[in-house]
Design a protein around this ligand. Structure first.
Ligand code: PLP
Length: 364
């Protein structure tokens, strides 16, 4: 949707960058098929345009968390295989998932019972999830053979494969991942079906976890899944540019405080910029004084508290800054990983936290 005026806050999503990042995934895991994890509205980047772009680039499958997300993709006409990562949550969802030809992760016996109630006239494709140490979802590894036998008894069921999820793939010095991979391989040894282990961190850092299918999410959007690195250092292209603009430039006297609670006191007479973006747009309120924005390609520190619709920035280093100037919150020139660090969180949460007040533009 284009507006007859300049939007206040714009997230520009570069779909070409996302396709290049898919290419980077294929460089890391050349023998694996790619199931793109685009849950949570493609990590806030817009599920339908992202999925269409990935389909055009030849991705092998899509993965989402829940039925609602899959429905949006099917309604948009996407015909790729779609995997429901948490499987179905009710008998009604099971019937709808079958109608939408979704591949279902089955992580617990109660889900098998739901599926047992479906008609055998429609095929169903299943991934069995094994819990190899994360202890969130999945069957015990020792149950794999019995699960396989159960699936075989149902003529309509096909076994798409076996899945597990890594708890600590981003900790490259941790012994946990190697143990999980080993437990998984042992559990499925000799059983048919594809194997899938790795999310972004797993496929980047652990060659032995690449297996038949990789499941990248974050890295497709150009952010690093490894702490202490930014996407560019892993050959990734940041796909989102979050931008607002200056709506006021003030001269504030020495000793005067800025914003709610007066938490920032000007140490000298200084120019303060007011940017039209706040926590109601997805700029986390926890961001402290010092967290950077980019104006005219130069960093300016935020000062005082983030409010619902505005932030304030120190313009002492930017004498040329004036009302209307664009302000970058994150993007290729200001890594989202760095802003996430200031907020004590991860790029994942910043992306997913953008609200419907942000205007999205898809390019490329
Ligand atoms: C979200 C998700 C992924 C993708 O994780 P990233 O860290 O974003 O690459 C992979 N597998 C499962 C089961 C997931 O839920």
């Amino acid at each position: 949707m284009s507006l007859p005026f300049l939007p206040r806050v714009t997230a520009t999503v570069d779909l070409a960058a996302i396709r290049r990042n898919l290419g980077r995934v294929r460089q890391y895991a050349p023998r694996s098929k790619v199931m793109a994890a685009i849950k949570a509205d493609a990590y806030g980047h817009g599920a339908v345009p992202v999925a269409a772009s990935l389909q055009q680039a030849g991705v092998d499958a899509l993965a989402v968390a829940c039925l609602e997300e899959a429905l949006v993709l099917r309604q948009a006409g996407l015909e790729l295989p779609i995997v429901l990562l948490e499987g179905v949550l009710s008998a009604q969802e099971a019937a709808e998932a079958q109608r939408l030809r979704l591949q279902l992760v089955v992580h617990d016996r109660w889900q098998l019972e739901l599926l047992a109630g479906l008609p055998d006239s429609v095929p169903l494709s299943l991934w069995f999830k094994l819990d190899t140490g994360m202890h969130r979802l999945g069957f015990a590894p020792g149950e794999a053979a019995a699960l396989y036998a159960e699936a075989r008894r149902r003529p309509a069921w096909t076994l798409a494969g076996w899945m597990t999820h890594l708890a600590s793939a981003d900790e490259i010095a941790s012994p946990v991942t190697a143990r999980q991979v080993q437990a998984f391989e042992q559990a499925v040894a000799g059983l048919p079906g594809a194997r899938s282990i790795a999310n972004s961190a797993g496929l980047v850092a652990w060659p032995q976890a690449r297996a038949d299918w990789v499941r990248p999410g974050l890295m497709l959007f150009g952010a690093s899944p490894l702490p202490g690195k930014v996407g560019a250092e892993l050959g990734l292209a940041p796909a989102m540019r979050l931008q607002s603009r200056l709506i006021a430039v003030r001269e504030v006297a020495a000793g005067e405080a800025v914003g709610y609670g007066g938490s920032y006191v000007c140490p000298e007479p200084m120019r303060v910029g007011v940017v039209a973006v706040g926590y109601a747009d997805g700029v986390h309120r926890i961001l402290p004084t010092g967290a950077p924005v980019l104006i005219h390609g130069r960093r300016a520190p935020m000062i005082g508290r983030v409010s619902m619709d505005m932030i304030t920035v120190d313009l002492r280093g930017l004498p040329q800054a004036q009302v209307g100037d664009p302000v970058l919150l994150w993007g290729p020139e200001l890594p989202v990983e760095e802003i996430a660090g200031w907020a004590g969180t991860l790029a994942y949460e910043l992306f997913c936290g953008l609200t419907n007040r942000v205007h999205f533009v898809h390019v490329g």
